[in-house]
Design a protein around this ligand. Sequence first.
Ligand code: GLY
Ligand code: MN
Length: 468
Amino acid sequence: MLRNKCFRLLLLLLPAFSWAQQTTEYPNDYLSPEFHAGRRTAFREMMPNNSVGVFFASQVRVRNNDVDYQYAQSKNFYYFTGLEEPNALLLLFKQPVTILGATGTEFIFVQNRDPQRELWTGKILGAEGVKNKYKIANVFTNDKFTANTFDFNTVDSVLTAFRGEDIFSKYKRSPDPLSRMAGIVDSLIILHNKPIAARTTNVILTSLRGIKQPEEIALLEKAAKMSCEGHNDVIRAIKPGMTEYQAQAIMEYHFKKNGSEYPGYPSINGSSENACVLHYITNLRLMKDGDLLLSDCAAEYHGYTADVTRTIPVNGKFTPEQKIIYELVLEAQDSGIAACKPGNPYNGVDAAARRVINRGLIKLGIAANEQEARQYFPHGTSHHLGLDVHDMGATGPRPLQEGMFLTVEPGIYIPPGSKCDKKWWSIGVRIEDDILITKDGNRNLSASSPRTVAEIEKMAKQKSIFDK
Ligand code: GLY
Ligand code: MN
């Protein structure tokens, strides 16, 4: 009896324990000002002589009427500053220049404080606040940025992340301070006939953002961990009669519970034939006995996102056909992960996974040849992962390096009507994990969610926190 009471007490305490993670009033595990300063220095070291790097904050986007979309900072701007406010411009110079009486290589123009706006949407840092919080030396308010702010003739080229004919045109349409500053930069580029080195910018950013620093890895580990927690609870909770959006709700509950600001990309929850739509985000179907659910969902944490896919049987047990396809994808994924080693080519991961799937689909009589097999595995096996879910990083035959972080996500999708035996129809399987390239090989940051048939079926028998 006492044991029973203790057990009940323990059960009562367990949820409380799982909530108690944050001990400070607000999260305090953001990237440090030193991290951002280090990234700016690394960028400057790779800049050509007499160039200026121009990075704008993202614009606020209207959702409808006077409601905006939740603000999402430009990832390059965030990488270099940490600032999550709009209407800001960062200028990085290779050589020191003097701007508004201050000499240096880094200048940031930020939005002014505004009591009326702050009443509605909260504190704006202003120049002083940005200086104190992010330790950037030369901070000015954006109204100080005019065509005369610096002598444009001192630079030979402009490094910016945009490509295209009129790189700033997307800003020019709106009347906000950001658009005003973008318009000025654009006019100066045209007036002084300076080349825009978009390709160079991209090469530098790819090499920097493609190798994750320890502080970034710490955030990615957290994002991956909470993503796995969500996947595991969906494995436990799922049953026939549940909808795709209810599975999504269970998943995203765990992200939010752990402090994730939002999912890193729209959650994909496709059951039965919907699993064969690669980015199915409608998530409305009622799931039935015998279906598979492909759930490709992950949390973003302080700007960094995981990207995890699990494919699970709705009733807790794979059918023989589902198991065959699932285990083929799993074997392909294992081969892909085994190819994740420093020095191996990036595209060797896809080659390793695809080899397994091609061979398997031909052996099963689902595809007649490799070309036909491609229809059932129509996407690449990997992408870099970090600030963006499809992040910047070296691809193609270039070698993997320690600190790279990439997905390994082979899949097989057999929609109804496919040119194969009907018994395979409506099977869609993708398995996706987040692999950090280490000095000697790799580490799977999403390993805390099971991948094998036996482990998934075992977990499916456990109780979810949503089971009464
Ligand atoms: N998780 C979505 C994708 O990788 O495209
Ligand atoms: Mn992915």
